[in-house]
Design a protein around this ligand. Structure first.
Ligand code: AMP
Ligand code: MG
Length: 427
C-alpha cells in the first residue's frame, strides 16, 4: 500500500485518488434521461428552429408597405381575408395589396405578408358589427417589414453544431435537443455507485437498539448525497467487521457498479477492516489527511474491472466531508465533468470561527446569508464535532480555516458552497 507517513494535504491526497479514476465510456441516452450528463459527442441539428416563418404576436399579418402611414389619428383600413391559428397550414392563402389575415402567435405567416401588427394597435371594422374575418380591420400603427415575424432557423439552423462534446446537459439543453427532433445523444455514462456500511455496532432495519448499537445513518445519507449529485446510487447493505465478508461483498458489487463507497473501518483501531481489505487491492492508498474532520481515508480498486473503492471514515460528518473531498471530485471526473470541485466564495464571518494550530485544514459547518449592506456573510453552526451530523444538515457551506487560530468576527473567510446559495428574495 502506498501508505504515507505523516499528514498528507487534501490537495495531494485528492490528486493521488484522481489519478486512478478515469472517465467512463459513453452510452446512448434519450434527451430527458441525459439531464446532468456530459456529451461525449457534439450534436448537429437535422432540423431548423423555428421550422417556418411565424408570428411572434397575436394580431394581423399584412404588407408593411400598406400601413406605412398608419397612426392612431389616421388608421389604415385593410380587408381581412381569413384567420390562421397556430398549427394551421395556410399554404393556399396569399395576401394581396390592402389585405390582412388575423394571426395568432406561432402561426405560419401566409405568403404575401411581410409583417404582423399586434392586436393592441388594431380595431375590427367589420360591417354592422359582423365577425372581423368577414369584414375589415383598422390598423392604427405603422409596422416595418419583418416586424413580429420570426424567421426559420433564427434559433437553430440545419447543420449547426448546437452543443459540442463536453457540454453538461441542463434543462434547456433537453428542450433544444427535443426541438430539433434529436432522439438520442451520446453521453458519458452516469456513474453507478454502490454504498456499503461496515461496523458490528450498526443496526439498519429500524428495530429497537440493543445496548451498544447505533443506527446506520451513513448509508442512507451517502445514497441521498449520490442521488442529489446526479449519480446512480445502489444500496449494498451492511457488512459486519469481517474482512473476508467485506472483500467478497466488494468483489461482487464491482461487477455491477462503476465505483463503491464504504464507511467506517479506515482508522487505526482494531476493527479497521476496510483499511485491511483495501491494502490488498490494486492502486491501494491510505492517508492520514491534514484535515478536520475526515482525517483517515483509504482507497483501492477491486474486481476484474478495477472499480475504485472510496474508504470513507465512519463518523457521520467525516464520511460526508470525506465524500466531498475525494469521492465526489473523482466521481465527477468519471462522469466526464470538467469542474470537479464545489464553488468557493468569500464571506464575512458574523462571529468567531475558533480553532487551534494543529497542522490541519479545518472545515467548519457554516450557513451563508446577506449582511445589512448586502454583503455575503457566514455564521458558524452550533455542534462542530465529527459525530454531530445535525449541523451539517443545516449547513450550506464548509468554511475553510487554514492552520492557525481561526477567524474573528468581521474577517473574510473562504466558504465552499455545498448546495444552493441563499436566496436574495425578501421573504
Ligand atoms: P470507525 O471508523 O469504523 O471506527 O467508525 C467511527 C465512528 O463512526 C464510530 O463511532 C462508529 O460507530 C461510527 N459509524 C461508523 N459507521 C457508521 C454508520 N454507518 N452510521 C453511523 N455511524 C457510524
Ligand atoms: Mg467501525
Amino acid at each position: 500500500m502506498a501508505g504515507m507517513s505523516g499528514l498528507v494535504s487534501v490537495r495531494d491526497a485528492r490528486a493521488a485518488v484522481l489519478s486512478h479514476c478515469d472517465p467512463l465510456p459513453a452510452a446512448e441516452y434519450r434527451p430527458a434521461a441525459a439531464l446532468g450528463l456530459v456529451l461525449a459527442q457534439g450534436v448537429v441539428a437535422g432540423e431548423a428552429v423555428p421550422p417556418f416563418r411565424n408570428s411572434s404576436m397575436d394580431g394581423y399579418a399584412l404588407r408593411a408597405g400598406d400601413v406605412a402611414t398608419a397612426s392612431a389619428a389616421s388608421p389604415v383600413r385593410l380587408q381581412v381575408i381569413g384567420r390562421v391559428m397556430a398549427g394551421d397550414d395556410p399554404s393556399g392563402m396569399i395576401i394581396g395589396d390592402g389585405q390582412a389575415v388575423r394571426i395568432m402567435t406561432g402561426a405560419v405567416v401566409p405568403q404575401g405578408a411581410d409583417a404582423v401588427c399586434m392586436i393592441e394597435h388594431t380595431e375590427p371594422a367589420g360591417s354592422a358589427g359582423g365577425a372581423e374575418e368577414d369584414g375589415a380591420v383598422l390598423i392604427a400603427h405603422a409596422v416595418s417589414p419583418g416586424e413580429n415575424v420570426r424567421l426559420p432557423g433564427e434559433d437553430v439552423d440545419v447543420g449547426d453544431e448546437i452543443f459540442p462534446a463536453g457540454t453538461v446537459v441542463g434543462p434547456a439543453h433537453v428542450g433544444v435537443l427535443t426541438s430539433v427532433g434529436v432522439q438520442t445523444v451520446r453521453a458519458i455514462r452516469r456513474p453507478r455507485v454502490g454504498v456499503v456500511s461496515t461496523g458490528d455496532e450498526l443496526r439498519s432495519d429500524g428495530g429497537p437498539l440493543a445496548p451498544g448499537k447505533i443506527r446506520d445513518s451513513n448509508r442512507p445519507g451517502l445514497l441521498a448525497r449520490l442521488t442529489s449529485d446526479g449519480f446512480e446510487a445502489v444500496d449494498l447493505g451492511w457488512v459486519a467487521d469481517q474482512p473476508d465478508v467485506l472483500a467478497a461483498a466488494l468483489e461482487r458489487a464491482s461487477e455491477d457498479c462503476d465505483a463503491l463507497l464504504t464507511s467506517g473501518g479506515v482508522s487505526v483501531g482494531d476493527a479497521d477492516i476496510v483499511k485491511m481489505v483495501l491494502s490488498r487491492a490494486d492502486s491501494a492508498l491510505w492517508f492520514q489527511v491534514a484535515v478536520r474532520p475526515a482525517k483517515p481515508f483509504a482507497f483501492g480498486r477491486v474486481g476484474t474491472r478495477l472499480v475504485p473503492v472510496f474508504g470513507l471514515p465512519g463518523n457521520p460528518v467525516s464520511a460526508l466531508v470525506s465524500y466531498e473531498l475525494f469521492a465526489r471530485p473523482a466521481l465527477r471526473r468519471m462522469a466526464g465533468q470538467r469542474h470537479l470541485l464545489r464553488p468557493v466564495v468569500q464571506a464575512v464571518a458574523t462571529g468567531a470561527f475558533a480553532r487551534r494550530p494543529d497542522g490541519k485544514l479545518h472545515l467548519a459547518r457554516g450557513r451563508l446569508g446577506y449582511g445589512e449592506g448586502g454583503e455575503l456573510v457566514v455564521s458558524a453552526l452550533h455542534g462542530q464535532g465529527s459525530h454531530q451530523l445535525r449541523a451539517l444538515a443545516d449547513a450550506d457551506c464548509l468554511v475553510a480555516l487554514p492552520d492557525g487560530h481561526g477567524a474573528q468576527a468581521g474577517e473574510r473567510v473562504e466558504a465552499w458552497v455545498l448546495g444552493e446559495m441563499p436566496a436574495t428574495d425578501p421573504d
